[in-house]
Design a protein around this ligand. Structure first.
Ligand code: C2E
Ligand code: CA
Ligand code: CA
Length: 606
């Protein structure tokens, strides 16, 4: 019923009750106050009283809260002092409504006018509990008939039912939005919260702090799940402490998300992350044991109207991952570089398999030159990915990813077979008969089962003679798994494959192992060669490596020759094999074939 239809309020009590029932049936938590007020208005008119009110009791705090009243209190009147009334503070008449069972009529001093008033109070009952009160005030005298009070009892019971239904709805909504264990918000609520925070026009930036407990599993494993749960509850409490408001959610397990209520820049969010990290690191006592757990935190910010909830969360997630990868107990802020890496990584993960099968990989070749003469002694195959939108990608961008998704073996086989095939084709036209083909091998590939066989097969298939192919491996792989490496290298030697140690001097030193490993060549890392002539420290290292190679009778190649002075210095100290941009850039296969036909690179030596 709208206010205009007030005049049609039914004259008959039964019709009145039915009409109230109809109005209240459709009430939800959101419309409850408004509909209740309208019903009170109808009742005021019907019973010809001056004021009516509906209050709900909260027995936990022994108080009564005003839900609706008629006539409504004007906004200009300010906050209602009677909105919440504690029974202990109220007059004895009102205090009695806490446990009122039957309607009562009382006379009291009217608040608004001189003279007395007649008040009818009708309890809302649910089972044996008084859950609220419906009140009607008539300034002056009013008789209440028994049948009127019966109708009011029926109406009070309708209000009590609505009250119970809404409480149940709210409980359900609470459960749907909260985590059982901690009472924090859950993932669903977090998504809803971020959706609304990121809506166009809302204030930004919106910061998200993603918390991941390092090694919670150990607590569960050694102290049991009860202790683990207890620990999580304490962390949940700590996450909520502090001055500024924040939305705190638990995503299950040991993951929490904090969204500060105010807009926050990356820097401010990082500061907050540091503060929370130190609070969370404080010790927790469980069963007499003092426990601490370090926390990794990922920070990301989003812009309302621009970023979506899933963008923002996945960035924070990515940041926390990078914090964990950095060894845990650290804070990492999402950066553009991270987003490019993710994009590339996703791209690579999705497409690498197809790329290997589908012809988007290409090999370039880097000549290795005798710097006394310019003669080409070897050529190194370097893989590239001709990407449809990102251009020609260097191997550093995708080989790591290939290794992490177990495609290194496949990628390596492609490189080896294609390099061997192309090399064999050149030789069949009569060029490059004296030179060596060098192929890089990733550490993962080297320890793959059947590796030696696959190399031997490729050489046999393309008719490459013993000694014409050299595999380049890095120091790290040799040191990490020396037993496997020893067996593999022995197998390669037997198959007639040469082995070079790449990037020599950078990683773990294999000096002590060199004597006993079947290695043919050392390649001095380019970092020592690039500044030769200006950096005395580099020169000392290069001279030491040259001496070492001589002592062990190993072939020596300098990488990264970019300057004349580097060439002069190398020659002066007895190293005459080199590669580098001064001599040649890596070139496509046909170009390499042309260089091989000439037999030397077009450079002028000092
Ligand atoms: P690497 O084996 O040390 O290869 C030499 C790298 O140094 C090449 O980079 C080459 O272009 C670059 N370079 C050559 N001369 C110079 C110079 O004078 N100055 C400078 N600054 N750089 C020079 P690229 O082709 O980008 O390859 C990077 C790395 O990727 C290689 O380093 C190698 O470790 C790896 N890689 C390349 N191809 C393959 C492959 O087929 N399989 C595997 N597992 N790794 C590969
Ligand atoms: Ca190499
Ligand atoms: Ca190298």
């Amino acid at each position: 019923m709208t206010p205009e239809t007030e005049t049609t309020v039914p004259r008959n009590l039964e019709v009145l009750v039915t009409s109230v029932a109809t109005d209240l049936m459709a009430v939800t938590a959101a419309t409850s106050a408004q509909v209740s007020e309208r019903v009170l208005g109808d009742l005021v008119t019907y019973f010809d009283v001056d004021v009516s009110f509906l209050r709900h009791h909260d027995h936990r705090i022994h108080a009564s809260e005003l839900v609706a009243e008629w006539p409504p209190r004007p906004d200009s009147a300010g906050p209602d002092p009677l909105k919440i009334v504690y029974f202990a503070d109220s007059d004895s008449v009102f205090a009695e409504t806490e446990r009122l069972c039957e309607p009562t009529i009382l006379r009291s001093e009217a608040v608004a006018r001189p003279g007395s008033a007649t008040v009818a109070e009708v309890p809302l009952r649910s089972g044996d509990v008084t859950t609220g009160v419906l009140g009607f005030v008539k300034f002056g005298e009013r008789e209440w008939l028994g049948k009127e009070l019966n109708a009011l009892k029926a109406i009070a019971s309708l209000f009590a039912q609505v009250q119970a239904r809404i409480a149940a709805e709210e409980r359900l909504r609470y459960l749907a939005d909260h985590d059982d264990l901690t009472g924090l918000y859950n993932r669903r609520a977090l998504l809803g919260h971020l959706d609304s925070r990121l809506a166009a026009g809302r204030p930004g930036p919106v910061a998200v702090l993603f918390f991941d407990l390092d090694r919670l599993k150990a607590i569960n494993d050694y102290l049991g799940h009860v202790a683990g749960d207890w620990f999580i509850r304490i962390l949940a409490e700590r996450l909520q402490e502090g001055d500024e408001e924040r939305f705190v959610a638990r995503l299950g397990g040991d993951e929490f998300v904090v969204v500060p209520s105010i807009p926050m820049t990356t820097d401010a969010a990082e500061t907050l992350a540091h503060r929370l990290q130190s609070v969370l690191r404080e010790r927790v006592s469980i069963d007499g044991e003092m426990l601490t757990r370090t926390i990794s935190i990922g920070v990301a910010v989003g812009t309302p109207g621009h970023d979506t909830t899933s963008d923002l969360l996945s960035r924070a997630d990515q940041a926390v991952l990078s914090a964990k990868n950095a060894g845990g107990n650290s804070i990492s802020v999402f950066s553009d570089r991270m987003s490019q890496e993710i994009a590339l990584r996703n791209d690579i993960e999705l497409h690498l398999q197809n790329v290997i099968d589908g012809g988007a990989l290409v090999l370039h070749y880097l000549p290795e030159v005798d710097i006394r003469t310019g003669d080409i002694l070897a050529t190194e195959a370097l893989v590239r990915w001709q990407h449809p939108t990102r251009g020609l990608l260097s191997p550093d961008r995708f080989i790591g990813v290939a290794e992490s998704i177990n495609l290194a073996g496949e990628l390596g086989r492609w490189v080896l077979r294609n390099a061997c095939a192309e090399f064999a084709r050149w030789r069949s036209t009569g060029v490059g008969a004296q030179i060596v083909l060098r192929v890089n091998v990733s550490p993962v590939q080297l320890v793959t089962e059947g590796f030696v066989d696959s190399v031997a097969e490729a050489m046999a298939e393309f008719g490459l003679e013993r000694g014409s192919v050299c595999l380049e491996i890095t120091e790290s792989v040799v040191v990490q798994d020396i037993d496997t490496t020893r067996v593999t290298l022995a197998g390669l030697k037997e198959a007639g494959v040469q082995v070079a140690i790449d990037d020599f001097g950078t990683g773990y030193s294999v000096l002590s192992l060199l004597k006993t490993l079947p290695v043919d060549t050392l390649k001095i890392d380019k970092s020592f060669v690039q500044d030769l002539g200006t950096n005395a420290g580099d020169l000392a290292i290069v001279r030491a490596i040259i001496a070492l190679a001589e002592a062990f009778r190993l072939e020596l190649v300098a990488e990264g020759v970019e300057t004349d002075i580097a060439v002069r210095t190398l020659l002066h100290h007895g190293c005459h094999r080199a590669q580098g941009f001064l001599l040649s850039r890596p070139v496509p296969g046909p170009e390499m074939e042309r260089l091989l036909a000439e037999g030397r690179v077009p450079v002028h030596f000092p």
